[in-house]
Design a protein around this ligand. Sequence first.
Ligand SMILES: Nc1ncnc2c1ncn2[C@@H]1O[C@H](COP(=O)(O)OP(=O)(O)OP(=O)(O)O)[C@@H](O)[C@H]1O
Ligand SMILES: [Mg+2]
Length: 317
Amino acid sequence: MGPPVIETRGLTKTYGSGRPAVEGLDLSVPAGSIFGFLGPNGSGKTTTIRMLMGLIQPTAGGARLLGEPMPAAARRVLPRIGALIEGPALYGFLTGRANLLRYDAADPTADPRTRAARVTAALERVGLAAAAGKRARAYSLGMKQRLGLAAALLQPRDLLILDEPTNGLDPQGMREIRGLVRELAADGTTVFLSSHLLDEIEQVCTHAAVMSSGRLITQGTVAGLAAGARGRLAVTTPDTADAVRILKEHGLADLVVTGDRVTGELPPGTDGGEPDPADLNAALVVAGVRVRAFGTERPSLEDVFVALTGEGFDVAG
Ligand SMILES: Nc1ncnc2c1ncn2[C@@H]1O[C@H](COP(=O)(O)OP(=O)(O)OP(=O)(O)O)[C@@H](O)[C@H]1O
Ligand SMILES: [Mg+2]
């Protein structure tokens, strides 16, 4: 594998005199990955992306994109990057198609002879072909988002940087974007996308970085991150109160009862691993708890986040 496609060292941004919006960020995005940049509202995702794209100046630290320093190499590097950043700038009085034609015309590396065909292809790719003749001011939030994404796809790119690409989309639209992201990655484009939606990242990303209040909490493969958190045990039983008592006695934490289901966080075992679930099942049965179903759940990125921060996935004050 080649050098990282995005690499930041100590990247920091302080707006005004307050607490840094991003602090000491060391990010490493491998080539070919679908990299999820995850964090609750206000955790510094858009600020980081603006620094990566050279739209704002870091207070400290720096970033390399496609192996070149930013913003010094912006002229060489930016044509190889497609970006969708929070609130794409659109001309409301122009149609979706005219917006893309104009956007492409502003790109000195774009071939005017293939412009119309590339615009048509991009509109089709994001599912906007039917609405291409509508003025952008009549677009819904989701349609504007799709148009912004189409702009990023007007040329083949080595890297796509997408800030909350599914913002404003309905579940069907979100599925379409996930499919599109997978297609692009299969064609060899590295995709860096931010989201505050944990399951969205889990569904599409190979790698992830987790932000909280401007700081990087962890980064790595999604599978590796999830493996770092302990799994949860789930028991289906009509005897929920007894099950809770027995499981608590065996060291399970955070016990939650939902209908006839009891779930709890498995304690660390003696050898560093988890206790054998078979022993827990036996203990339940011995205590007279009738067990209908019994199993362990794979930890989610949300479990990882909660385990690492001790917080829920909420906006920091
Ligand atoms: N132009 C600005 N001036 C002052 N403070 C800002 C500015 N932009 C962002 N901030 C602050 O910096 C912090 C990080 O904001 P940022 O927009 O980077 O977060 P985010 O992770 O993108 O959030 P969201 O999920 O809501 O898009 C927040 O506390 C925000 O209030
Ligand atoms: Mg943002």
